[in-house]
Design a protein around this ligand. Structure first.
Ligand code: SF4
Ligand code: SF4
Length: 193
């Protein structure tokens, strides 16, 4: 199941992902028109300063099992097995804040939305842009990030690729370095047979 892969070491803190996310979750899905909408579009990805020249993009991981889903007494959070996401039903959310307290990543936010009854504030978080996915497009934040801090892929394949590149970097760096002597304990252990 594809998900958004985050590489914080590449993030330059430009906030283009937040802008694209807010526009995608607006009513018009168009930047200039979205600025004039009655309900301010809200981004579902945050970018935090992580120190000098460092920033960290943070979004919902769609955990399985999901702590937010487990504590939602209104039954507003459910898993979508086809897309691998935990989705929020704005019609059921009672804005109690339990999901935000349970989420280990602090990704929930609350804001008024026209999709909720009486257009009141409800829980919001990343939904992997279902309208874009239906068209075969990656989430808006991924498309907006031009430095590769966000990508759309299979976690297992991404981890295997990272392992391969780390192995190649290690052997490239150690080529030509004199082999370190075998530690005494290891030599004695080998002698035991
Ligand atoms: S909101 Fe938090 S707890 Fe719920 S699925 Fe996303 S990351 Fe996990
Ligand atoms: S678009 Fe990419 S580089 Fe810019 S803030 Fe978002 S994650 Fe970081």
């Amino acid at each position: 199941m594809k998900t958004v892969i985050v590489r914080p070491e590449r993030c330059v803190g430009c906030l283009q992902c937040r802008l694209a996310c807010a526009v995608e979750h607006s009513q018009t899905k168009e930047l200039v028109a979205a600025l004039g909408e009655a309900w301010r579009p809200v981004a579902r990805i945050a970018v935090y300063p992580g120190g000098v020249h460092l920033s960290f993009p943070n979004k919902c991981r769609h955990c399985d099992p999901a702590p937010c889903q487990a504590v939602c007494i209104a039954g507003a959070i459910s898993r979508n097995p086809a897309r691998g996401t935990t989705d929020i039903d704005p019609a059921r959310c009672i804005n109690c804040g339990m999901c935000a307290m349970a989420c280990p990543f602090g990704v929930l936010t609350y804001a008024p939305t026209p999709k909720a009854p009486e257009r009141r504030a409800v829980a919001l978080k990343c939904d992997h842009c279902p309208d874009r996915q239906a068209q075969g497009l990656p989430p808006a934040c991924v498309e907006a990030c031009k430095v590769g801090a966000l990508s759309w892929g299979e976690p297992a394949q991404e981890m295997a690729a990272k392992g391969r590149s780390l192995a190649q970097a290690y052997f490239a760096a150690s080529r030509g370095v004199a082999e370190s002597p075998e530690p005494e304990m290891i030599r004695l252990w080998r002698q035991l047979g």
